[in-house]
Design a protein around this ligand. Structure first.
Ligand code: MG
Length: 226
């Protein structure tokens, strides 16, 4: 019998290969608008995107501002402009149509499914998350997907973990294992709400973090901790 049978997963870079999807979507979108794809583009994009998402999580900017600032900086880097709304819409469509899973996710979830109840909490955008999830091969394993944009709160706010537990009718957070790659949002947020945590150290970084209960570097290592 498993030690944990109530599981919550993050979506991007925990279940889905977001890095690959992002790169593909970006290049497809630029080609759609007949824009050049300069050397170093993907790295540049990540270097602007990550801090913007951090500002969004800290409620310093809105999602609309995030999309706008991201496009502005990108156009500047490329040296060519497109209509920002059309560009943003196209990019999110491309992203939504990339339900690429990380290695070992599918067989691991198959193995867990008969024994565990599973949910997702994601800080992603509704348009992307809902479409991609519907296209994915793993959707039938999950009873609930909480999307930050839809509920008006985001990880690491303990309220969003409480909301997911309510939807799953789980009364004791200590019995729930949160699995995610983002240390602050997924691990520290869930730990603050009293959950057990498994950090997916997907970038295999050396660290001296101590707030998590378990660590995995490849998805199927999760089975060892259950
Ligand atoms: Mg993630």
């Amino acid at each position: 019998m498993y030690k944990y049978t109530k599981l919550i997963f993050d979506a991007d870079n925990t279940l889905f290969d977001f890095d690959r999807a992002e790169e593909y979507a970006l290049i497809q979108t630029l080609q759609h608008f007949k824009m050049p794809v300069p050397e170093g583009l993907v790295d540049f994009y990540r270097s602007i995107n990550v801090p913007l998402w951090e500002q969004l999580d800290a409620k310093l900017i809105t999602i609309k501002e995030l999309k706008q600032k991201r496009a502005e900086q990108l156009f500047e880097f490329i040296g060519k402009r497109a209509d920002f709304n059309a560009f943003s819409h196209q990019y999110l469509n491309e992203l939504a149509n990339q339900p690429v899973l990380l290695p070992t996710v599918e067989p691991t979830l198959e193995e867990l499914a008969p024994h565990c109840e599973m949910a997702i909490i994601t800080n992603g955008l509704s348009q992307v998350q809902n479409t991609r999830f519907a296209l994915s091969s793993i959707k039938h394993h999950f009873k609930v997907m909480v999307i930050s944009e839809e509920v008006g709160m985001s990880k690491p706010d303990p309220e969003i973990f409480a909301h997911a537990c309510d939807l799953m009718q789980w009364s004791n957070p200590k019995e729930v294992l949160m699995v995610g790659d983002n240390y602050r949002a997924d691990i520290q947020g869930a730990a603050q709400f009293g959950m057990q945590t498994c950090w997916f150290n997907i970038r295999q970084q050396d660290h001296d973090y101590t707030d998590h209960h378990h660590e995995i570097r490849v998805f199927d290592e999760l089975l060892r901790h259950l």
